[in-house]
Structures are given as C-alpha cells and as structure tokens.
Design a protein around this ligand. Sequence first.
Ligand SMILES: Nc1ncnc2c1ncn2[C@@H]1O[C@H](COP(=O)(O)OP(=O)(O)OP(=O)(O)O)[C@@H](O)[C@H]1O
Length: 621
Amino acid sequence: MAATQLQRLGFALAGLRITATRTGLGGRLLVTAEAAVAGDALPPTALRAGDIVGVERAGGGHNTEALLEGVVWTMAAARVVVALGSDAVVPTEWRERCSVRKLANDTPYRRMLQALRDLAAVDKRPMLHSVLFGDAQPRFEEDADIQREVEELDEAGDADQLNGTDESCTLNPSQLAAVRRAVTARDVALIHGPPGTGKTHTLVEVVRRLAVQGKAVLVCAPSNVAVDNMAERLARKRVRVVRLGHPARMLPGVAAHGLDSCVRESDGGRVVADVRREIDATLAQARKSKRAGERRALYAQVRELRGEHRRREAAVVRQTICDAQVVLATLSGAAGRSLRSARHAFDVVVVDEATQALEAECWIAALLAPVLILAGDHHQLPPTLRCRNAPPHSSMFARVRARFGDAVCCMLTTQYRMHVDIMRVPADVLYDARLVAHPSVGAHVLADLEGIESTDDTCAPLVFVDTATAAMLESADDASPLVSDADSRLNRGEAALVVRHVEALVAAGLHPRQIAVISPYNAQVRLLVSLLRPHFPDLEIGSVDGFQGREKEAVVLSLVRSNPAREIGFLADYRRINVAVTRARRHLCIVADSTTVAARNPFLKALFAHLEAVAELRFPD
Ligand SMILES: Nc1ncnc2c1ncn2[C@@H]1O[C@H](COP(=O)(O)OP(=O)(O)OP(=O)(O)O)[C@@H](O)[C@H]1O
C-alpha cells in the first residue's frame, strides 16, 4: 500500500524531508525527518516511540528492498527521529522526499521459535528442564548453612527497614515464606500473587537477596513496562542493575540504567564515543567532497572505523553486563544480540508477570540459567493471541503449578488494595478463601478520603446498577472501520448510566484522576470516551484487558451484554471478570443486566449472588 494511503490510517508519514543525521547511542544513525514544508506540523499519526519502521524514498512503497529498517526514537508535533542501524547510509536522493512507514514486527515470534529449536537441541537435559517437563520433583536447599544464611538475610533486611535505609514496607508472613522458598530453589519456584498482594514487592526482595549472595541474576517479564517497574524498584534498593533493550521503549527514569547509558558512562564507552565522533566527521567530509576518489577513500575509512566501533563497543557491553548484579530485559529481549554476544552465565532467571507470557517465551528464560523463578497469577488474563483458531493454551506457570501444586508454589495471601466487599468473591471462589485484606484497606471507602463528601455512593464499597428490567439492549458496533472490532458490542443505555455515576462521584469531590471507567468491549470504550472525555479529560477510560495490573480508588465497570439469547461472549472467561472486579480500591460500581450475565458460570453466579446480598442496589427505569 502506498505511504500516503497508510498515512490516512495512521501507519505512515509521507512527504517528509530529512533535516539532520547524527550518530547516537550504540552507533545508531539517528535520522530526523520533518514535513516537506518547513515549520509545518506532521499529520496525526498512530506511530509511537519504540515502533519498528522503515524509512524509504517517496513513492518507494512497492520496493521493500530499498527500505531502511529502524525504530522510532522520538515523536514530536513537527518531527520524527528514527534510529537506523549503525551501517545504514541514507541515499542523498531520499533526503528531499522520503516516508516513514510502520513495519510488522516478527522478531518475538522468531526468537520464540529459536528458543524451542535450542531446547530440542539440548544434549543433556538439565534438572530444571526435567522439572519443567514434569519428570522430576522441584528441589529446595535444605542445607543448614544455607538456611542460616537465609535467616541472616531476613534479619539484615528487617534492620535496613528499621534503620530507615530501606524506605519500603516490611514483608508480611506469606511474602517472607515466598522469598525464602524462592532463594532456596534449586531448579524452579513459583510465586502466586493474587491482585494487590505485593507480588512485585516480593520479587524485588528475592532478587535483592540473590544479588547480595553474589548470584548473577537475570530479571525478565513479557512487557517493557513490567521490566521497567522491576528495574526502578531494584535501583531504589541500590542494586546495580543494567536494563537491556531499545531506549525508546523504556520509561524515562529507567533509561539511565539502560545498557546504552551505562556503556556511555564507562571509560571504554568514552573511547567508543570518540570513535563515533570520528565516524560522523569523516562522513560529513565525504558528503562534502566533490572528488569521487577522495569520497571513496573517506567511505572506506568510515567502514573501517565502524568495524573498530563495533569491536570496542562489544567489549564494553560484555564488561557492563558482567559488572551488573542484575541484568533486566523483556523475555524476547533476553534472546537478543547483546546478551548472546556477552555469553554471560546467569545463576538464576526471574520472570515477573509470567502468566502473561507464552510458554515458548518462558523457555527463552529457562534456557539461560539452571534456576527459574516465575511470578504471576493464573486467574488473571493470559497473553492476547490474535490467531482466531489458536488452540487453548496455558502458561508455563499454570502448567507447572497444576503439576506440582504447593510443592513448587507459594501464594501471597494478604492484599493491600481492596475493601473486603470488593475482594470477597474472587477471594472465596478463585483463591480458596485464603486471600485476606490488610487491615489498612479492608474497610476503606471513598468518604474516608480527605475532601470527599459522604453520599450513598462514597460510603458504599459496592454499587450494582441492574438494568435487567430497563430494556437496555446491546447493539453491534457498525461504525468501526476495523475488522478486529467486528464482534465488538456497545450498550448506549449502560453508557448513560455510567456517565451519571461518574458525575455523581465527581460532584462528591473525587478528582477524575481517581476514577477509572472500564469495559470488556472496545466499542463501549469508544462510546464512553466520546461521552466522557470532553467533560473529564483526566478520567481514565479503557478496556478491562488494558487495565490489568492497574488500580484506582473508584472503578465503574460496564459489562455491556444484554440480549434475549443471554449470550455473553468473552465475558464467559472468568479471568476477564476477575481482572475487571479487582481493580478498585474503595469503590466498585458494576452496571450490568443480571438476566443476561448472571449464572452463566460459577464465578459469575457467585458474583451476582454477592452483589444482590451486599451491594447498594439500583434499578434504573
Ligand atoms: N508487606 C507489605 N506491607 C505494606 N504494603 C505492601 C506490602 N507488600 C505490598 N504492599 C503494597 O501493595 C501494593 C501492591 O504491591 P505490588 O505493586 O508489589 O503488587 P503486585 O502484586 O505486583 O500488583 P498487581 O496486583 O498489580 O500485580 C503496593 O502499594 C505496595 O506498597
């Protein structure tokens, strides 16, 4: 498709001119492109920092060979900066007219496939693999000396916290048990963290203790955000971390711990930077030179310098990785070039959000160390698979847990988020009634917050607006141009009720930033955005799937489905409903048609019975 057509869909920027090139971190060629008319803003686009894109000459849409692949480095109103490979040369004739188009990214897929091939080629199966295949029991250190060391670390950790050298909260008993189990694992350990139970907090402590013991630790997660979260928290605990990955995909605060940045700050890195400057100067000279012979010689010099740059940089990268106590990367990033070429041996690999990773992604991690620690919650949503006919799958975490149960898995049992009424059904039905609310949150409601008026809404942790008698039927989303939304549904009646509820919460004194409006259906999300965003720009409105891992003081949930056939589509996945109802801290309002949705599976049945018994009930007409 031509770049101009793609531009209309938000996937390309056409008619650009290149206004600057310079060598950036990692020897990448940073290309700045602006609108052809100087000073004009770029058209609206869906391109974001971190996207994989191709730079091509204008009209080059049919010739993918003449496309330079790179990553969007920064995006501003008037310019886009793309990081190309260190060997890239942008032909002079592209400079006046070029396009940037988004490319499909099959790297994660290729890396997973490679991990499975590597797994198949393993000669002598390590014990970890035997346990992961279910052929051997997981083992834990029972050696008295090691146990004593673990206890000493408990005491040292507590002392840090008491002395104020560690600003974080102490570990509760289930967290402490999970930490002890994880640091004594000889092959695999699982940490099961239901919503709000401090899974990441616990995992950070596991990693810190392993680092103190002198173990080389690799920390992974399926998403960049989850990796950055771990990196930030570990750095705050003064653990020496290095975060692998493209800086354009890291949170701004984490980029300082990025490999590029660590390399740049090192002595060897400064020499590399000198070589880079020499490359830029020689390139500029070559571009200016009018004599073909001289130009050829200068380009040859650039090639040589680039070789030297690569060699020196590889050595500094290797050293930086070896010097770090903890290396962090996405699961896919762990299969990338920097780690492969560093050939660094890790003692332990830790994977956060492991239930959001595909089994094959987890094998990337499992191939990199003899001990694997996975943390997650198999009762929340698994990764999204775009293939409609994909067979049902479970994560490595869920599979290993099903095989070995409590022999391998420690569950965190105190949650620090929800009022007990909000927590009750997930706690009883999914978490074996073992989940309890910490006293600091168990009874909290919105009215306890400063400046919030006491109303029926702000004093109620649970409100159920039942549309069963109101004939508010769902409809299909005919307006969406996207094929993927063909099955999406909306419900205008529910949307109006959601608007009314948000208005009431704001009138009682809540800041819109303290509220989230969520729905399982994208069409309903779009409708709610159109109704609410103009009045409440700070209100967060999104899909249930996109809100996993997040929380707000108040959540308004619209379940949408209302039809005579009582079809509930993907609401039937109890994990989606679990995520939806466990995001609120003090107030959850559910807008739904009980006749359509209730009693369709044991979880929904228990949820609606609980709503009828405990929630503040409303019946709109
Ligand atoms: N032992 C503790 N004492 C006091 N507060 C705690 C403790 N452990 C965790 N918390 C608090 O609980 C909240 C959730 O912690 P964290 O972000 O680690 O949880 P999580 O389980 O990773 O979250 P999610 O449910 O989003 O996966 C944080 O505000 C954290 O400070």
